[in-house]
Design a protein around this ligand. Sequence first.
Ligand code: F6R
Length: 604
Amino acid sequence: MCGIFGYLGNEDAVPILLEGLRTLEYRGYDSAGIFVPGYGAVKSAGQIVNLEKKLDKDIKGKSGIAHTRWATHGVPSEKNAHPHHDMSGQLWLVHNGIIENFRELKEGLLVQGIKFYSDTDTEVLIKLIGSFYSGDLLQATKLALKAVRGTYGLAVMSETEPDKIVVARMGSPIVLGIGKDGNFISSDPSALLIHTKNVVFLDDGEVAVVKKDSYEITTIEGVKKEKKSERIEWSHEAVQKNGYEHFMLKEIFEAPEVIENTLRGRLKLDTGEAKLGGLEAITHRLKNIQRLYIVGCGSAYYAGQVGRYMLEEYARLPVEVELGSEYRYKKAYPDKRALALFVSQSGETADTRASLEKAKELGLTTVGMVNVVGSAISREVDAGIYNYAGPEVAVASTKAFLSQLTAFALLTLFLGRERGMTQVEGIEIVRALHKLPETIKKVLATSESIAKVAKKYAHCRDFMYIGRAFHSPIAYEGALKLKEVTYIHAEAYAGGELKHGPIAMLDKNFPVMALMPQDMVYEKMISNIEEIKARSAPIIALATEGDLRISSVADDVIYMPKVHPLLQPIISVIPLQLFAYYVGVEKGLNVDRPRNLAKSVTVE
Ligand code: F6R
């Protein structure tokens, strides 16, 4: 979604701001702009290179703010691109989020004779800030924000106070980067890594005045907040392609390392247990839980569905999985013996956050499974499990999904050992987890053969993915990947559901990806693919190495190693990620930044 970057220091601001915008590109955008005090703003529709071409070489300011916009109110155009200015042309604002009451606010401003030039809610906000301005940017911003309903992460500057950036957060992230020779602000910590790893995360309702050598945080009501900087351990290299053609491929190939990081220090080989330090704060409450609610959106939701199979089967814990966009509006009841777990790579997804708020209002104990350290969800829950997948740049989630499944396996072991899982069973799972990174290397080594299958099917208009039990949510995730990066219509069903309707669609032009490891539902899947074959639909089977029976039924087979059944979904999803990637590449699409999608969905 939109990106914000800002700088104050002793260097030339423009190259630093452009570099910041380039790092934010992956989030998706359709226009960009920069403001440097003394030189005004430059904006352009389309790519950042268009903005670069328009920038005058003589802009030599030492501070500024910049933005990549993803259109919500008003089409992508230069006119609607940020920064936006007030009536005097002195104050400039970049903003992520949505001002819900912008129409009412605009009417009030029109009555005062204020004129508008764009279709955006952001322009209304800066005009409002301008209407309160009498020489103190912080004060004017706070007064305006008191009148606003909606979400924002914002940065505002004044021509008359060029040594400061005022930033504020409500529902959309803002992070301060504390450098040696200057300070930075961004909506995404990964954009700060090249300059500094010392960061300060703003919380909702906070406003900060950032100068080149200081920062001061207060609430909108003016209560002072003392916040020390914290260190983020991500490296700048992690947000580079490092020789790979695309971030998506690089991130799929990072899987062994990602899983090692998710597991690091969390396995007890001798006792068959898992250690999850982030849950220590709620140990006493975990002992009595009788039900787990898992909430997430998109891939995080499917990870939760796999988690449900893991926890119900091996930890004997009843689980309900909910979409963030549904849970937040449905009837739910207080339950002292329930735990609510919120799964989110970014930790900023609006619907997941709203669901967390609701669970807290109901008095549920809340746990986060989050990748981005310091993100909103990670700060708002009672306890948490970090994924440690490192920054995920490609819009379609791959390595974070794998780390979520791995974290669910750890949670299963952790809770299972409290709930009747024997030490023998525990040790077996710990050993299997330990071997997982090596096994994944073997899967990745088959990428060329997966690319060949992908090439064969890249022309298809429709696809069906089926799986059962642990592999039913993996079918959904596989189909989601294909939809996202190839725009092919892909449906997913639990195998048993085919006969109840969707089989009617199948014909020779409608291939089926059948997920059929040799597990407890293998025979059922064989019956499924016999039925599919009878309808002449081509079949690609994802099957266990050594399964000779499958090749007589399926048109193409992708083989994968057999692992402990708890962990098989972690193995199976990788060929599906690679398949979607190679189909996207074969179609010549921008697999890292699919159309219409944003990396983190901070608005509803
Ligand atoms: C799919 C994908 C999305 C996200 C979803 C939730 O590839 O990336 O479906 O999984 O938007 O995002 P987070 O995990 O950041 O809450």
